[in-house]
Design a protein around this ligand. Sequence first.
Ligand SMILES: [Zn+2]
Ligand SMILES: [Zn+2]
Length: 409
Amino acid sequence: MTSFIIEHQCPQCGAPAELEETDRLFQCGFCRVRSYLSVPDIFRYALPHKAPAGTQLIYVPYWRFKGMLYSCVPGSIHNRFVDISQQAITSQCFPFSMGFRGQTQKLRFANTATQGVFLEPTVTRANLLRSIDERLSANLGKPILHQAHIGETFSLLYAPFYLKEKVVDAVLNEAVPGSTSGAVEPLLQQPIEPNWPIGFVATLCPQCGWNLSGAKDALALTCTNCRSVWRLKHGKLEVLTTAHLSEPEENPLYLPFWRIQADITGVALNSYADFIRVANLPKVAQKGWDERPFYFWSPAFKARPQSYLTFAAHATTFQVPDPLTPGLPAGSLHSVSMPLQEAIESLTLILAYFAKPRQRMEAILPQLRIAPLHAMLVYLPFREGPHELVQPSMNLAISKNLLSHAKNL
Ligand SMILES: [Zn+2]
Ligand SMILES: [Zn+2]
């Protein structure tokens, strides 16, 4: 699993700083000013080079994809973690994959200060996903009934090369085997401007002006003064509807989940009672459960693929009963590291998970359509043991180790 370091400068005082790839909340070690990193689409990084001074560099784009891939095939759900960096152009002149170079180098944000010729990506994200899916599905059973990518991060890594009879990899200062510089010339005709500034959003609560808090990788920031939760959308802070489950628990740690209500077609699933039938749960539907709405529950934090789906299924089975207490709980919070958009990708998988026997997936999945309607961020209290976090009502235990390792996913 790769994760790299980005060298950077404080936008306020210019002091040098190092960021981890997943960092969003940045606090300068010198001037202490905190800001939240924002880009309109994706982050773009440049690898450092060792080329002789004055060399004209060519920056070649590589897609970096990191995330979980789930595939439903007759009888089973496969999952795997994918960590790939491959050419975002199609050219034989450069290596197809970046390999592990990004991991061992300190990167910088690519911008107008990066001297060189930048090539435009011609492989779209959709094409990239298709090629990843095809490659990784070759050994799976067929037909593939459903595939989902969850929690993925896309970024572009620009790798430096230069021409000297052959194409030279400027990271290693080594010629690319079998390459000739002549073949590269046509690619240089339409360079692009690396005009990709990073936005820094002030981390003040838009509602009350208090300092927002969160872990470095937090996708949601919290205000401990007016007890609101915020996420960045199109460069602006937007409030998130939040609630929590109050349970008498001493020093609980709250884990965030997305509670999602959806319009479902293809399977009768309008109430909790329907869900008990569909999922074949060993429960007898009680009076009133025909009226009780059904919600999907997905972790709002990262976990390994196998665990992520298990936690989602567990929480969905439990269906935390209403009423929830509105707003942020008082207590320690685990940071939100799985965005809602990504959690939504898990809904079909959650239903597939409950198809028993698994062969039923073949009947259910082809006509299943799920359209999310509303979502809420819900914090559930966990009791902290030496190795595990335990949610007693839900009967769910989550290894602390697993949560801390998930930071790099
Ligand atoms: Zn500073
Ligand atoms: Zn506030």
